[in-house]
Ligand binder design. Structure first.
Ligand SMILES: [Zn+2]
Length: 446
């Protein structure tokens, strides 16, 4: 061999050695395998352990309790791959390594919703959640039970750090509705009756779902719940409430042939009695599911009102129940104050509601002058009659009006037909008596 050839061979060998050495350096890399998946590559195995330890102690300081890493982290020798090479090992640990700690999970029908570090936080949250459905319930009502319809449990477990939520996040998750409620905003000329018909529901359901609203006094802008929303968890509340209610007095009419018709003489003015009524109610998510009377105790018997009526010539009273102004079926709502058994809200009814068939006649209480005949807000089609001496009567929710403003009417004259216009829940006559503008108990007059 010539010197030149030897030289070349030495150079070639050196090159091989150098490249082999370089190759040997390259193969010293580790694949980080978590749960069977290669999540990156490291040149140095120790940095991973350090990063895990750092992260753990950082988290432990943060939450004040022991943090464990999931055990299925493997390092496998591998050929180097620039694309897999991890630039920031701390980021890899934070994103890919699973850490667990002891926490409390909210488990609904066997499915965990989320976890919190402290049991008391979860318990407080559930308490708040339940309480939201009692906000419009009468403060005097006694809560017998307040339970979830679902099987709700708090379970202690080792959970992953990222399934633990803050109070704020937990609230957001729990208080979000699964389905929003259907709410209708009252417009001019609306009534429960019309709203129910438009929304294919029943007046009784609207009354049940909207205890805050007085069906006879709804106004444009009022919000009516048509269908309640679906919350994350259903809460069933059973409550008892005791309400003092009036027992309306009855009127006994005594015929007197010596008196002229339309003449009345009150022998005994009568007096409402009082009773204590205990209600049992079941609410689902704040809405009435059932409402029943458990007990009734009479505190004060009513005193019958006795009226002498002249019979010389009188308006027809031939029907079983004749309220003078209408042939009705029953009194569906009395005059005066009433306390709602669920909300405890007091409302005043300034007339009597007499349920009657649609189209039945409405008759003038006594002779007088029509001062209003037409549509008036919640009254719907209504007639006002002035009888003199500051006495006025009103006939509301009519379907038809047979008189006009300024017209003179006589006692018992047909002035309109029973209907359900205005804020009405069904065909009935709302009859009102006002003395110098102040509503009076109509039963003192008919
Ligand atoms: Zn009424």
């Amino acid at each position: 061999m010539s010197g030149k050839k030897i030289m070349l061979t030495v150079i070639a060998l050196a090159l091989i050695v150098v490249s082999l050495f370089a190759y040997g350096q390259k193969v010293l890399a580790y694949n980080v395998v978590i749960g069977g998946e290669v999540v990156g590559q490291l040149k140095d195995a120790e940095v991973l352990e350090e990063a895990i330890a750092d992260f753990k102690s950082k988290k432990e300081n943060e939450i004040g309790q022991v943090v464990n890493e999931a055990v299925n982290i493997e390092l496998q020798r591998a050929q180097i791959d620039e694309k897999l090479l991890v630039k920031d090992v701390n980021e890899l640990v934070e994103k890919k390594v699973v850490f667990t700690t002891k926490a409390f999970s909210l488990v609904v029908d066997g499915k965990p919703l989320f976890s919190m570090l402290h049991k008391e936080d979860l318990e407080n949250l559930l308490k708040q959640y339940k309480a939201q459905f009692l906000t419009s319930v009468d403060k005097n009502a006694k809560v017998e039970s307040l339970v979830f319809e679902e099987n709700v449990r708090i379970v202690s477990d080792q959970v992953t750090l990222n399934s633990i939520v803050s109070m704020e996040e937990a609230k957001r998750k729990l208080f979000t509705m699964k389905e929003e409620p259907v709410i209708y905003e009252v417009e001019k000329g609306d009534s429960f009756w019309l709203i129910a018909r438009e929304n294919k529901t029943a007046v009784a359901d609207l009354i049940r779902l909207n205890p805050e609203l007085d069906p006879e006094k709804i106004w444009p802008g009022d919000k009516v719940v048509i269908k309640p929303g679906k919350p994350m968890l259903d809460v069933i509340a059973t409550l008892k409430n005791t309400i003092i209610e009036d027992i309306p007095y009855e009127t006994q009419y005594k015929k007197d042939s010596s008196m002229l018709s339309r003449d009345r003489k009150v022998i005994n003015p009568g007096k409402n009695g009082e009773k204590e009524v205990q209600y049992l109610m079941v609410l689902k998510n704040g809405y009435q599911e059932s409402l029943e009377v458990l007990n009734e105790k009479v505190l004060k018997e009513p005193v019958t009102r006795v009226v002498k009526v002249g019979t010389k010539k009188t308006i027809s009273r031939g029907v079983r129940r004749n309220y003078g102004v209408v042939q009705g079926k029953r009194v569906s709502s009395n005059f005066g104050w009433r306390t709602h058994p669920i909300t405890g809200r007091r409302s005043f009814h300034d007339g009597v509601d007499i349920a009657a068939s649609y189209g039945n006649g409405a008759y003038a209480y006594s002779s007088g002058t029509v001062t209003f005949a037409g549509w008036n807000g919640g009254y719907g089609k209504v007639v006002y009659i002035d009888h003199g001496n500051g006495l006025q009567t009103r006939y509301a929710h009519l379907s038809k009006i047979y008189v006009r403003k300024g017209q003179q009417v006589s006692a018992g004259q047909k002035i309109g037909a029973v209907g359900s216009t205005g804020n009405s829940t069904g065909p009935h006559l709302h009859f009102e008596v006002r003395k110098n503008g102040t509503p009076q108990n109509p039963f003192n007059y008919i």
